[in-house]
Structure formats: C-alpha cells, structure tokens
Design a protein. Structure first.
Length: 296
C-alpha cells in the first residue's frame, strides 16, 4: 500500500492535470465556434463555384483547352495530406496518417516502390510523421493555422497545380478530415487533379442548363475560374480540417477531464483507506503498549 505522502503527491498532480485539460477544452470550444462559422460560410460558396464551373465546362466541352483535366497514366503521384501543427487531439492526426498509408499500400504500391509517390504536407504533425517513415515529402506548410487565411493556403495549391501542369505529377489526391460535428470527423480522400466531373447530389432532380452571356470570352472565364476553383477546394479542405481539429481536441480534453475526475475519486478513496489504516495501526500500538505496562 502506498504511503500517504505518495498518494497526496499523486492527487496534487492529477488535480493540476485536470485543471489544464479543462482549460484546453474551453480554449478549443472558443476556437471551434470561429472555425465552424468559417467553414459553414465557405461551403455554399465552394459548392456554387463548382456548380458554375461544371455548367460552363459542359457548355464549352472541347472548345476550351483545360490542362487541369488532362487524363494520363498515374506514374507519378502527389498526395496532399492535411494535418495539424499540434497534438492532444485524439486520433485526429493518426487517422490521416493511417489513411495515407492505406492509400499508398492499396492503390499506389507500384509507384511507391518506384519512388514516384510524393506527399505534400499541410501541418507539422503530418510533415514529421511522413518524414520519419521515409516518404518523399515536399513543402513545409506549417504555422498556417495561426491566422488562417486563403493567402496562407494558396501556395500549397499552386505547388500541386504547377507540378501537374509541368508533368512532375500525373495525379494529385487530397486527404483531410471533414467536419461533421464536435464528436465526429470524417476522413475524406478526393481526387484533386486531374479534374473529374462531380456526380449530381440528387439524380432525380431535373438539371437546368443556365444560359450564360460570356464576357469577355468563354476561354478567358474558364481559364480564370478553374485555377480559382482548385485553390478554393484546397482552402475548403484546410478549413474543414481546422474545424475538425478543434472539435477533436475539445472532445479529447473533455474525456481527459472526466478521466482525471474518476482517477481523483480512486486516489481519494485510497488516501482515506491508507490514513484509516495508519490511525488503526497507531491505536493498536498504543493499546498494546498500555497493556504491556499494566501487566508489569
């Protein structure tokens, strides 16, 4: 049985940890509200932009040269992995790392064995993990979650787009956590390049082709919209990941706080039992000493 001093030390340590986890939960909740507002505002814009682009592409199919839609054999693959800069968020980062490993092993094992799989990491945790695992890692987009903005993410999107145009990569995939609610984050794997036509969300609904007036020209509008839409897609994935990170950290810190509370209950019970045993031992020693003196 541990001594009273040891139990008191552990109670003090667990109490301090509980205060820290409770504070981290409150901070994550405050950041989550802002991140959630950002992604909820971004989703309609990104969906509308993608819809306009798809409508324009269907009307101008074959008449406009779109290098981002060029289909070619995927000999060289780039995977954009979005993680966080900090830990203490449960399985948030490990889920992305596992998803990328699974993707490489199941779909791109041939390319990986040939040394043609590259990972572009957004977030320090992913950069460190994939570097240690021996992957070919490019880019060091860490620290962008502090004051997250479109300009901070645009560089990563342009790096992938330029690599595809210059035939450095034949295919680009995007792996990130999609925010559903505080307790649920969904790992998503999307094909970023070449651009694939997205299926309609409601196949039963009639599709109406919009009648556009092109100014200055179809080519100029398409050439402007496609790169912007791709950059918005990466920015949206980072916003989704940012909200998911705060939700995962809030949930993890909430569970850690509850676990600390349960541990404190057990330690206090152990402390009381140890103290009671010590008092009983002292009483027995006093009684035994008194009886020894009286027998003389």
């Amino acid at each position: 049985m541990p001594s009273l001093k040891e139990v008191r030390s552990r109670i003090t340590s667990v109490s301090s940890t509980q205060q820290i986890t409770k504070a981290m939960k409150m901070v994550a909740a405050a950041k989550l509200r802002r991140a959630q507002d950002s992604i909820l505002r971004m989703r309609p814009y990104a969906q509308r932009l993608s819809g306009i682009l798809a409508n324009l592409s269907s009307q101008t199919e074959g008449s406009v040269n779109n290098p981002y839609s060029e289909e070619r054999e995927a000999n060289r693959v780039l995977i954009i992995a979005v993680t966080s800069d900090r830990g203490l968020a449960g399985a948030f980062n490990s889920n992305i790392i596992k998803a990328v490993n699974t993707l490489v092993n199941e779909q791109y094992s041939k390319q990986y064995n040939a040394g043609n799989v590259t990972i572009l990491t957004i977030g320090r945790k992913g950069h460190d993990a994939f570097t240690k695992r021996g992957y070919k890692v490019i880019g060091d987009y860490t620290g962008i979650f502090t004051g997250l903005s479109f300009d901070a993410v645009r560089g990563a999107a342009e790096r992938a787009m330029d690599g595809f145009i210059n035939r450095e990569f034949d295919k680009v995939d995007l792996v990130y956590n999609e925010f559903k609610n505080v307790a649920t984050q969904i790992v998503r794997q999307d094909q970023f390049l070449p651009i694939v036509e997205q299926p309609a969300q409601d196949s039963a609904a009639p599709t109406l082709a919009a009648d556009y007036v092109f100014e200055p020209s179809k080519e100029a509008i398409i050439e402007e919209l496609i790169p912007k839409s791709l950059k918005i897609q990466v920015y949206k994935a980072v916003l989704e990941s940012n909200a998911s990170e705060h939700g995962a950290r809030m949930t993890a810190m909430d569970k850690a706080t509850d676990n600390a509370g349960e541990l404190l209950k057990q330690l206090k019970l152990t402390y009381n039992r140890t103290r009671q045993a010590a008092i009983t031992k002292e009483i027995l020693e006093i009684v035994g000493g008194a009886e020894a003196l009286s027998s003389k």
